[in-house]
Structures are given as C-alpha cells and as structure tokens.
Design a binder for this molecule. Structure first.
Ligand code: CA
Length: 219
C-alpha cells in the first residue's frame, strides 16, 4: 500500500519510513507543510500520517484543505503527548485516528493496518477466499494450507488487490500504489508480477480483465 509520512523531525520520519517499508509499503515523505499538502492532494495514497506541527503550514489546516477538496484518504495525526485539544481539533477536521508522541512503532503499524482494513470493509485481518489465505499483519500467504513465498513486489500487488477485492484494478492504478513517488513506474512490469502470482497462487485467484486490469473475488 502507498503511504505518505508528513513529519518534520527527520530522525522520526526516517524511522517510520524504514519500519513501514519493511512491512512492504511504498512510502513517500514530506518534511514541510506545503509539500505535504501538495502530495496529499495529488498522489493516490492509501493512508497518510500527518504531524500537526509542521513548518510553513500546520497539519490541521492541511487536513481541512484536503477534506474540503474531497480527499478521502484515511489520515492518522501525530500530536504532542499532552495535546488533547490538538487531537479534538484534528478528529473534528476529518482525521480518522491519532497517535501521541512518543509512541511505539508496532502500535502505529497496527493502527495503520486497521485504517486500511476499515476502508476496504475488511473486519478480519486474515483475508480468506477459496484456497488463499493472506495475513495482513505478517504478509504471510497460504494456499490450500501450504505457505507460499512471494517477492516484496508480488506481495505488494497481492495486498493491493486484496484490499480492493471485488473491484477491477488497472495496471496503472496498481503501479501508483506499489511504487514510491520517485519509483520507476512501469505498468508493463505489473503484468509480469501478476503472471508470477498466478503461477504461485493458482490461476483462479486473480482474474484478468483483458486489456483493462485485474480483480480478486470480493466474496
Ligand atoms: Ca513537528
């Protein structure tokens, strides 16, 4: 999934990015309010982490602008430890969740997973459809009871299709959600990843809509 981190503390920003990248996400960062506002309004993120105290434009203002412009991406705000009024303002401005600094990374990860599931209408962290099981917490994939090893990119493609199960996803859309902003986006390589996935998972799990994209049965 594709995530934006808007956080001006470079060390913290780098730590969050590293942890989320290890979980298979494509992560962009913005250390400045104007840049964050622009990226969030123009790039198709699956979830956004937004620090309230940002230089040039504060998080609450950015969030209000996004919501007014129709940006529906789930937003988790980062606030100061005793910033209860920031949290109220943030939630009322359209935030979906919050974390107070300092926090433990596993909790942030779990909250992000919950936001991603909620948007996809998944209540169970384990997606099960036919012979396939995909654990969104560990990215563990099991087919007919047997574990299947996927590369990071195959896993990213599968995770995005699962979070959008029941809907046709184009190659372009997939490439926008598995690569970072600077990433080398080539929608032709998506076809290669899907071919490999179909070999590993069985041909029935991902349906190809010829010339248009792919879909996983929404059940
Ligand atoms: Ca800050």
């Amino acid at each position: 999934m594709r995530i934006l981190i808007a956080e001006d503390e470079a060390l913290l920003c780098g730590q969050i990015k590293k942890a989320l990248a290890l979980e298979g996400h494509a992560v962009d960062t913005a250390g400045d309010g104007e840049e964050a506002a622009h990226l969030g309004a123009t790039e198709p993120y699956d979830v956004i982490i937004l620090d309230i105290g940002l230089p040039t434009k504060d998080g609450i203002t950015i969030l209000k602008e996004w919501r007014k412009a129709g940006v529906e991406t789930p937003v988790l705000i980062l606030t100061a430890r005793d910033g209860w009024s920031e949290r109220v303002n943030g939630l009322d401005a359209g935030a979906d969740d919050y974390m107070s600094k300092p926090f433990h990374m596993p909790e942030l990860s779990a909250r992000l997973r919950a936001l991603l599931r909620r948007r996809s209408g998944m209540s169970n962290p384990v997606f099960a459809r036919g012979p396939l099981e995909f654990d969104t917490r560990t990215q563990r994939v099991v087919v007919s009871g047997f574990p299947v090893e996927l590369t990071a990119q195959e896993c990213a493609v599968l995770a995005y299709l699962i979070h959008n199960a029941g809907r046709m996803v184009s190659r372009t859309e997939l490439s926008e959600h598995i690569y970072e902003y600077d990433g080398e986006r080539d929608s032709n390589t998506i076809a290669v990843f899907v071919t490999r996935l179909r070999k590993k998972l069985g041909a029935d799990i991902i349906t190809t809509v010829r010339g248009r994209g792919y879909t996983i049965d929404g059940g």
